[in-house]
Design a protein around this ligand. Structure first.
Ligand code: F6P
Length: 349
């Protein structure tokens, strides 16, 4: 049995741990693996490297992806779809494990549903915005990086009596901002799922100052936006899957706060720091379990499916379900976070 593995879309911590687990399970079952370089581009251009259990054994702690990644969409051109099929044939692949988010897995789904190729998926993204799985690997590491950063920003904000606006990634889903915001005890959290209420934000920060809290932490998702305004972008060009580059809302909010409240304000955009470095223990375990499951799906011939997390169990779901709609933040988390920005607290004694 010959199994291809590719990683597509934005990289994230845990990709190498998935590769390691797929290779180990397939090799233990007597099969062989081939690494497809740079996502779907590798399938179009036939760029591959053999992968074995010995060489992948030490990968569990390594961030990024040894296979490289790209945001290539073969369905942009029928000729490229044919090239993908030709690469499949040339390498006599019995299965292809695509590790990616909605775009990479969307291609894997179409390759299976429309072209009959034996693909399976593994849900990856720091954004946690994939349907059909409770969590994706990479997300836990990303929120831990935000927590570490904000814990550091808090001490300097406090020393200088400043407002610190921290912008996280997450695209059009508020998972990173909301869950990291809860974890750092943010004084306000802005998410794409709720239009920004600037007056309310100012009221909360002002009251906080009036009750003696001399600094504040605001966590904003890069996709947060004002009512009726579009998301703030750094580049209006769209990628092959139709996405613009988000970013800049933190700076906008910081400027507005400084002007309205007349309080010194700074902003920090955490950006790609959230995707770099070694995976957290949780992500290493999740990625390993996902990789083993994906290999199992291939070995059992259950194509067109994705490894998934349901509660604490590793399950599988149709790729079609995973890519049908983006999973926005479950607002129960935001309601819980809001307990801390309903108004300032005063000392009771
Ligand atoms: O989807 C992951 C992600 O990191 C998003 O949170 C972010 O908007 C985007 O990718 C950034 O993409 P790039 O690496 O192309 O700048």
């Amino acid at each position: 049995m010959q199994v291809g593995i590719l990683t597509g879309g934005g990289d994230c911590p845990g990709l190498n741990a998935v590769i390691r687990a797929v290779v180990r399970r397939i090799t233990n079952a007597g099969g062989h693996c081939v690494g497809v370089m740079e996502g779907w581009r590798g399938m179009i251009e036939d760029i591959t490297e053999p992968l074995d259990a010995y060489d992948t054994d030490d990968l569990i702690a390594r961030g990024g992806t040894i296979l490289g990644s790209s945001r290539t969409n073969p369905f942009k051109s029928p000729a490229n779809v044919e090239k993908v099929k030709a690469t499949f044939k040339r390498h006599r692949l019995d299965g292809l494990v695509a590790i990616g988010g909605e775009d990479t897995l969307g291609v894997a789904h179409k390759m299976h549903a429309e072209e009959g190729l034996p693909t399976v998926g593994v849900p990856k993204t720091i954004d946690n915005d994939l349907s059909a799985t409770d969590f994706t690997f990479g997300f836990d590491t990303a929120i831990n990086i935000v927590v570490e950063a904000v814990d550091r920003l808090r001490t300097t904000a406090e020393s200088h009596r400043r407002i610190m606006v921290v912008e996280t990634m997450g695209r059009h889903a508020g998972w990173i901002a909301c869950l990291s915001g809860i974890a750092v005890g943010a004084d306000y959290i802005l998410i794409p799922e709720q239009p920004i209420n600037f007056d309310h934000l100012c009221k909360v920060l002002k009251e906080r100052r009036e009750t003696g809290r001399m600094y504040s932490i605001v966590v904003t998702s890069e996709g947060a936006q004002f009512p009726e305004a579009g998301a703030v972008t750094t580049d209006a060009n769209i990628d092959e899957f139709g996405h613009v580059k988000l970013g800049g809302i933190g700076e906008v909010i910081a400027g507005m706060l400084e002007r309205r409240l007349n309080l010194e304000t700074r902003h920090v955009t955490l950006g790609h720091l959230q995707r770099g470095g070694p995976p957290s223990a949780y992500d290493r375990v999740l990625a390993t379990r996902f990789g083993l499951k994906a290999a199992e799906l291939v070995l059992k011939g259950q194509f067109g499916r994705m490894a998934a997390l349901t509660g604490n169990d590793i399950t599988s779901a149709p790729l079609a379900e995973a890519v049908i709609a983006q999973k926005r933040l479950d607002l129960k988390y935001y309601e819980e976070a809001q307990e801390w920005f309903m108004g300032a607290v005063r000392r009771e004694r």
